[in-house]
Design a protein around this ligand. Structure first.
Ligand code: PG9
Length: 610
């Protein structure tokens, strides 16, 4: 398949549809129209509308806005079979400046100043489209639901800013919340190189998605050969990709990132429309967004309109296939189908059609390990207690605090030989054969035992240990240089010998949660600070949240490393004010130490449920 066709096909899978194995043999029950809808400033947005053919009762709209192209949207029976069966008017729209829509595209467009007449943003475009639909599409019931995954999850959130009165329900699915702190482009200040590079080019090299023409299939090699990040503009982008230029010009958490963040846009904005947030435990792009948005809006939710769903899915995995497995992991039931048939359908049925009792659990999660759906009346659950898993000598991990007066483990981190974040070859993010979408499920034995990966593990568990809620690593560590990245992975180690049915999973090291902190940001993301060589500092690595049972017979493991390439760009380790401007000579080897004694007791804090 030509790369561009392949790209289109994979995006099509990711963002818009649930592809069934075969075209349904019956003709679609929906009539498809494509129209240009005028916005308040005269710009017209390309919109595909699917209307049930033999409909008599007035129906609500389900509205999705995307930068990935809607002209070829498949019929609702293919893209959303569970919702299509129920009957809605489906509306898909190209956002401003993308594909067949007029206007100029701006990545995560900033919110307008409402005092400026005729100013626009994604929320006014949503508003104006809803207004047009109500007036121009016959037999509607006056109610609109907005939903979508990832970028379309983000546009769903934007619909909540000065919402149209007909907007009655939102299901934001994997919205990014903050691009510096924990979604697509940076995690805790560390730059997500391969994703940032691939995605910025894909969206901004043209009006339609365009893959970067890599000449090397294993992009691990390509990014290593690239050398310092300044080579991106010097050799390839030539300053033509605005999002890349923003990365370069805003290396710290400054007003640009704050203004872009949904955390700022929604600070002090009371929630007025029922909103469901949907996240996947193995989301390789935007796991944090829905969690952050749920948590923020919960504080502003006077009328109980804010809900959370988390399942065992990768990015958008709830919209595809049945969700019985992901990579090598098995979940024992069709989790994605359950989401679509029960959770999502009842949400829109109640709010848009008045069907059902409207009793939704505050938070619904699929607990991994035990493989059970759980319903909570608060998230994170109140009954969980914070406990520390401490690092000890000889690679041991336990709930007991170490008492020794000294002790550390050390490794050499070499930017010239960074640790791959997944098994090589590392294909281009959305390129042919890419395994990007399942990398978080990969067996971590492929790096375990490398001299630059430290690990600590418990004895074999005699009872199940369930953690539900926040996870935070607290490292006491030093480096012989003046900056370092700290990557912490909380891992479920399967029994050394499994039964015949699961033999291949014997000894499997499954990531439960993992993340990175760029050392310079240990005291805050706004001001990068060098580290004093060989001095112990505290690093808090936010591992976000988890709902997982480590089963009896398994072990709990923590791995610490300092490179995760090319997911995260290489930290030069010699402090420079802006890593995008670092020179080849700034990339230096360093010895890193992780302390594990009574005074400096490195640990991972978990929320244990008894
Ligand atoms: N993670 C993608 C994205 C979301 C929002 C902005 C930019 C990128 C996506 O899957 O759409």
């Amino acid at each position: 398949m030509k790369p561009i066709l392949l790209l289109f096909f994979s995006l099509f899978l990711i963002f818009t549809t649930t592809i069934q194995a075969q075209e349904p043999s019956t003709e679609s029950q929906y009539e498809k129209k494509m129209v240009l809808i005028p916005m308040r400033d005269g710009i017209k947005l390309n919109t595909v509308i699917f209307i049930p053919k033999n409909n008599t009762a007035p129906l609500p709209f389900l509205f999705m806005r995307t930068p990935y192209g809607v002209a070829d949207s498949p019929s609702p029976e293919r893209s959303n079979p569970e919702l299509a069966k129920e009957g809605f008017i489906f509306v898909n729209q190209d956002i401003r400046g993308r594909y067949l829509s007029e206007g100029k595209f701006e990545m995560l467009r900033m919110t307008r100043d409402p005092k400026i007449p005729n100013s626009i943003d994604e929320s006014t475009d949503t508003y104006d489209t809803i207004d047009w639909l109500l007036k121009n599409i016959a037999n509607n019931n006056g109610k609109v639901g907005v939903f979508g995954i990832s970028y379309s999850g983000w546009t769903s959130m934007m619909a909540l800013i000065d919402p149209h009165p007909a907007l009655k329900a939102i299901s934001e699915q994997a919205t990014p919340a903050d691009w510096f702190i924990n979604d697509d482009m940076h995690h805790n200040g560390a730059f997500r190189l391969s994703y940032g590079f691939d995605y910025a080019f894909m969206e901004e090299a043209g009006k339609t998605d365009t893959l970067f023409p890599f000449d090397t299939y294993d992009t691990y090699d390509w990014y290593l050969r690239l050398g310092p990040l300044s080579n991106v503009n010097d050799k390839y982008f030539k300053n033509t990709i605005p999002t890349w230029n923003n990365f370069v010009q805003h290396p710290n958490y400054d007003d640009f990132w704050k203004k872009q963040s949904l955390l700022t846009r929604f600070a002090n904005r009371p929630l007025t429309v029922p909103t469901q947030h949907v996240a996947g435990w193995f989301d390789q792009e935007d796991f944090a967004g829905p969690l952050f948005m749920y948590e923020l809006l919960e504080k502003q939710d006077k009328n109980n309109l804010n809900y959370l769903v988390i399942g065992p899915w990768n990015h958008g995995g709830w919209a595809r296939a049945d969700g019985k497995s992901l990579g090598n992991l098995q979940f024992e039931s069709a989790t994605a189908k359950t989401f679509r048939e029960e959770i999502q359908l009842s949400w829109f049925n109640y709010h848009l059609k008045g069907k059902g009792d409207g009793k939704f659990a505050e938070a619904i999660t699929f607990q991994t390990g035990s493989n059970q759906w759980k319903r909570y009346d608060s998230w994170t659950p109140k009954q969980a207690t914070q406990q520390a898993l401490y690092f000890h000598a000889n690679g041991k991990l336990s709930f007991d605090k170490p008492s020794s007066a000294s002790g550390f483990d050390a490794f050499i981190s070499d930017p010239a030989n960074p640790i791959p974040y997944r098994n090589r070859p590392i294909e281009q993010t959305y390129g042919p054969g890419s395994r990007w979408r399942t990398w978080m499920t990969e067996d971590q034995r492929f790096v375990h035992g490398r001299p630059d990966v430290l690990s600590w593990e418990t004895e074999v568990l005699e009872n199940d240990v369930t953690i539900s809620g926040k996870v935070l690593a607290q490292l006491y560590a030093s480096t012989s240089a003046s900056d370092a990245d700290w990557i912490v992975k909380l891992i479920d180690v399967y029994p050394a010998m499994m039964d015949e049915k699961n033999l291949k999973m014997s000894g499997y090291q499954q990531i439960v949660t993992a993340d990175v902190l760029r050392g310079r940001f240990r005291k805050g993301f706004e001001t990068p600070l060098p580290v004093k060589p060989n001095e112990v500092a505290e690093y808090k690595v936010d591992l976000l949240q988890s709902d997982h049972t480590f089963k009896k017979g398994h072990k709990i493991m923590v791995q610490v490393q300092s490179t995760w390439f090319p997911l995260i760009d290489r930290n030069p380790q010699k402090f420079v004010p802006n890593i995008f401007m670092a020179k080849a000579g700034d990339y230096v080897k360093a010895e890193h130490r992780v302390y594990r004694n009574g005074g400096y007791a490195s640990r991972v804090m978990v929320s244990v449920v008894r």
